[in-house]
Design a binder for this molecule. Structure first.
Ligand SMILES: [Zn+2]
Length: 66
């Protein structure tokens, strides 16, 4: 029984990690516009919008930016 305990702890952490990544994966930025200064993005999942100079945003507008 003592041997199983670390395995259960690992399984719980793995489950939490997978749940968190699954939720992050729900946030899908879509390009809505682009001009010389940058690219406009909108997230249909949380309704957020933002603008970057280059590349897809790495955060969700529903959560605080890193
Ligand atoms: Zn989002």
């Amino acid at each position: 029984m003592l041997v199983l305990l670390p395995l259960i702890v690992i399984a719980v952490y793995l489950g939490l990690y997978l749940m968190r990544s699954g939720r992050t994966a729900d946030c899908r930025w879509r390009q809505t516009g682009r001009d010389a200064e940058g690219i406009d993005w909108a997230c249909p999942v949380c309704g957020g919008s933002t603008r970057t100079e280059k590349g897809e945003p790495r955060f969700c507008a529903a959560k605080p930016a890193p």
